[in-house]
Ligand binder design. Structure first.
Ligand code: MG
Length: 177
């Protein structure tokens, strides 16, 4: 009987050691909005009367996504890797930051299983751009569009988002070895 238990433990140990390491990460970012600035979300230029005030191109969706990816592997945050005090990142296309973040993830031997992004913005309506954002992000990340979800919501005119003062984004990712 004792030997049987030892055998079961041995088999379980082999199984557990063979299991893939799976990590989850979450990211959050906010940018203030101002009239007359270009608006980029999920790598897509959005037709909008307002855009994000930022050191980079202000793609708040990509910034939250990068933070989620870095968070999954405890690699710090986007500000650590791409500081807004550096001229190198002034006005930079955030797709480049996402590509570099993906290189860090791949460098650690991980791939992205899926990402889920929620954009909270009062205006403009983002529904017409959702598919283009998913396709753009999937292409930059080198994964299937079906693994990238982008959702948009208003906050029913409540808070700073509802007053149109800012845009906030939540991102969740799953990565595996
Ligand atoms: Mg940002």
């Amino acid at each position: 009987m004792y030997g049987f238990f030892i055998l079961i433990l041995y088999i379980c140990n082999i199984k557990f050691s063979d299991m893939t390491d799976i990590r989850t990460g979450n990211g959050y970012d906010v940018h203030a909005l101002a009239e007359g600035l270009p608006l980029f979300l999920g790598g897509v230029r959005i037709d909008s009367p307002v855009g994000c005030i930022a050191h980079s191109d202000g793609d708040v969706a990509i910034h939250a996504l990068c933070d989620a990816l870095l968070g999954a592997l405890a690699l710090g945050d986007i500000g650590k890797h791409f500081p807004d005090s550096s001229d190198e990142f002034k006005g930079i296309d955030s797709k480049i930051l996402l590509r570099r973040t993906m290189e860090l993830i791949a460098g650690q031997g991980y791939h992205v299983c899926n990402a889920d992004i929620t954009i909270a913005m009062q205006r403009p309506k983002l529904a017409p751009y959702i598919m283009q954002m998913r396709q753009t992000l999937a292409e930059v990340m080198g994964i299937d569009t079906g693994r990238i979800s982008v959702k948009a919501t208003t906050t029913e005119k409540l808070g700073f988002v509802g007053r149109g003062e800012g845009c906030e984004v939540y991102a969740t990712v799953l990565v595996a070895q």
